[in-house]
Design a protein around this ligand. Structure first.
Ligand code: ADP
Ligand code: ZN
Ligand code: ZN
Length: 722
């Protein structure tokens, strides 16, 4: 009886053997349901071994194999295996993450196809010319050749579903494109820089090439993506386009859809209903989808005709998954481009220092778009020195009058603040009490609209107390500033202005977010108060002023990546100002107006900032000059987490080669989260290979350790949060 080897979502790096009466090699890459423990689990067939790992008579039989959709191809299994290897996760966990839940459960996938037109393919024509043995697929192919093209439903009526599936699996028939031309609408005339970028990148289209497309905000990177995508589609290839957060970029989705009206575009992100996600995934898998547009999980879309990968805003931290399998979709996308010998384009106005370094070293090719596509110049950036100023709810007089001038001119202003809520904390001036979360080492944030105190880490919330819970004082005050408080003050200062707050609270759903964007675009708001959501690629033609409040904290943060993030964020948010034909201005309120980071911003000099930051990283021995992994542990008691990490460090000492450096365990900055105490241990090496082989041996040894039941641990390779 055939044996199938299955990857199951369990946190140990092990595969499981089962028997399957009718299994063949064609079932590798298919989803299955199997009995496991007392219940049932879903997994993926990854091999058909001749012999089982255990006594074959003890093997159980699989319950169900999903055969209605094509199996995942070998290159997809390689991608999953690489992900498991590199991030030191179990293959079954990677599979569970990469496959849509419905498909993985081996559920039926409904409404898969509109009803495509089919015709014999080149392979089919060859078979017809020299038919070998008679089969039902051959009979159906002959029928199709006589009538072609035919709808799939018509073929199904003639033979049966299985025969049609067989025909497609053998590659004897293919979908005939119908209807509208691929590219539609009038195309803008490319700028000289766009033209050069498209030409240069297109010239490497025949094999693997990684490009960093460094284009200032508004330089028209998207237009470059669209032209390259058009080339790939015209060559009959599929395009994978990754974006950091699809809910925030409906404009991009609309632009892609408008440009490629004749193409099949599939959106893939975690916000989709299960059925839609499975359907999109299978459309990609079976080669129907022309463009897959999605967030980080879309990097796992199977794409048999893949020809181009585009990564928009490649610096964005949301490409790194922060839980479970902690993969970087950007890095996997580059790996995939190499695997499939296709071009990958990493685009950003503010590239990550990692990618920037690759471009410097020649590992990535480099194209720059230094000019905005539309006539307007980059905004003027100035610092407002707040050291000797009295601020009104955090707003300087200079910023207020700049806003007033915009109101006068009928233009929009944005006050950018990287914090949510009315105020970070509620505090008591009498006894010093502050509102801390009972489960986390974080402060609760005041939300005035619904009068709640809310933890932004674990989500727990409660009513705002009327008196100090510690001393009974009636005069407890919100301390610090948040978007809601600034919104309230701006409304007082400018009673005739329409003030609109844009943050995670006012845009909880995609519909709310789109409504806000529409309000702004229609010019129905005068002053916007926003958080980092506002920094992502939107076009607001009437927005001409960005005021930045409270940015200094990131200059001196403990995290070595904080300045890089601040620079990126301010450059991105500044890029919102003056996108169309109006001139833009950015005013940064700061106590450090001479800081080199702000000076580089003022001169729009990313290169100078990157050189400075890379120098600092080099002398401190931080990435990208070194490679890191973080072992994290959490338990109800901090001492348990730390004790485990100490033991892990002792094990490492016996295994690590000289190039691998093991730090001491430390509590995490946010130590307590959801009633668990967390600590971490950093491992660093000058070479990726040395780090990887050490991790393999070390984590293997750690899995054998006896640990308290309540302790959990995980590893984060190339961590972003340290
Ligand atoms: P980026 O993604 O680099 O920030 P976009 O692709 O969003 O920039 O382009 C900025 C604006 O310039 C958009 O409104 C876009 O339609 C316009 N644009 C881009 N390229 C051209 C061009 N060649 N001619 C005219 N307008 C262009
Ligand atoms: Zn008090
Ligand atoms: Zn909490």
């Amino acid at each position: 009886m055939p044996i199938v080897r299955i990857a199951l979502p369990v946190p140990i790096p092990q595969l499981f053997d089962y028997t399957a009466e009718d299994a063949s090699h064609e079932d590798i890459g298919r989803c299955v349901r199997v009995p496991f423990g007392g219940g049932e689990k879903s997994g993926l067939i990854v091999d058909l071994p001749v012999d089982a790992d255990v006594d074959a008579t003890r093997l159980k039989a699989v319950r169900h194999i999903q055969r209605e959709v094509s199996p995942l191809p070998a290159d997809w299994l390689e991608l999953a295996a690489f992900t498991a290897r590199y991030y030191h996760a179990a293959l079954g966990e990677v599979v569970a993450l990469a496959l849509p839940p419905g498909l993985r459960r081996a559920d039926a996938v409904r409404d898969l196809a509109a009803d495509p037109l089919l015709a014999p393919s080149a392979a089919g024509a060859a078979v017809l010319a020299a038919p070998r043995r008679a089969s039902r697929a051959l009979r159906l192919l002959q029928h199709l050749a006589a009538q072609a093209p035919q709808r799939r439903s018509a073929l199904r009526a003639h033979a049966d579903g299985e025969a049609v599936g067989e025909l497609l699996r053998k590659g004897w028939a293919e979908v005939v494109r119908e209807g509208a031309p691929l590219v539609s609408g009038t195309l803008p005339i490319l700028t000289a820089e766009q033209h050069a970028a498209v030409d240069a990148i297109a010239a490497t289209a025949t094999g693997y090439a990684a490009w960093l497309l460094h284009g200032v905000t508004g330089s028209g990177k998207t237009e470059v993506y669209l032209r390259l995508a058009a080339n790939a589609l015209a060559a009959g290839r599929q395009v994978l386009m990754l974006v950091p957060e699809i809910a925030l970029t409906p404009q991009l989705e609309a632009r892609v859809a408008a440009r490629f009206a004749g193409a099949e575009i599939v959106a893939l992100h975690s916000g989709l209903a299960e059925g839609a996600r499975s359907r999109g995934f299978v459309r990609a898998l079976e080669g129907h989808a022309d463009i897959v547009l999605g967030t980080r999980l879309a990097v796992f879309a199977p794409l048999p005709r893949l020809g181009l990968i585009l990564i928009d805003e490649e610096h964005d931290a949301s490409y790194k998954q922060q839980e479970g399998v902690r993969y970087s979709a950007r890095d996997l996308a580059v790996w995939r481009a190499r695997q499939r010998a296709v071009t990958v384009v990493l685009g950003s106005a503010t590239p990550s220092l990692e990618s920037w370094q690759h471009a410097r070293s020649g590992r990535y090719r480099y194209q720059v778009l230094s000019q905005r596509a539309l006539a307007s110049a980059l905004p003027e950036v100035r610092c407002i020195d707040t050291r000797r100023l009295k601020l009104d709810e955090g707003l300087s007089a200079a910023l207020q009058s700049a806003i007033a001038a915009r109101l006068e001119a009928g233009e929009q202003s944005l006050v950018f603040l990287n914090r949510r809520g009315y105020a970070p904390v509620l505090s008591c001036p009498a006894c010093g009490w502050v509102s801390t979360c009972p489960h986390c080492s974080a402060n609760l944030v005041v939300h005035l609209a619904d009068r709640r105190l809310r933890c932004h880490h674990c989500g727990c919330d409660g009513p705002i107390p009327r008196t100090c819970p510690s001393c009974g004082n009636h005069d407890i005050q919100p301390f610090g500033r948040g978007t809601q408080r600034i919104e309230a003050r701006l409304a007082e200062l400018f009673p005739r202005a329409r003030v609109l707050r844009v943050d995670r609270d006012s845009a909880r759903t995609r519909a709310q977010w789109e409504a806000l964007l529409a309000t702004i675009a229609a010019g129905e708001a005068d002053i916007l108060v926003g958080t980092q959501m506002m920094a992502k690629g939107h076009d607001f033609p009437r927005l001409t002023l960005v005021g930045v409040v409270g940015a200094d904290a990131s200059l001196h943060a403990a995290d070595f990546r904080a300045p890089e993030r601040l620079f990126q964020q301010l450059m991105q948010v500044g890029g919102r100002a003056g996108r169309a034909h109006l001139a833009g201005e950015v005013l940064i309120q700061t106590e450090y107006p001479e800081h080199p980071l702000y000076r580089c911003l003022a001169t729009h000099d990313f290169d100078a900032f990157a050189a400075m930051a890379l120098d600092e990283r080099r002398s401190a021995g931080f990435p990208p000059h070194t490679f890191q992994a973080m072992l994290r542990a959490d338990a109800p008691l901090l001492q348990d987490a730390v004790a485990f990490l100490r033991e892990a460090a002792a094990v490492a000492a016996g295994l690590a080669p000289a190039q691998v450096h093991i730090y001491d365990p430390v509590p995490m900055r946010l130590t307590r989260l959801s009633r668990r105490e967390r600590a971490q241990l950093l491992v660093e090496a000058a070479e990726r290979g040395a780090l990887q082989s050490f991790l393999g041996a070390w984590l293997g040894a750690l899995r054998g350790l006896r640990t308290p039941r309540t302790l959990r641990w995980n590893v984060d390779v190339d961590p972003l949060e340290v």
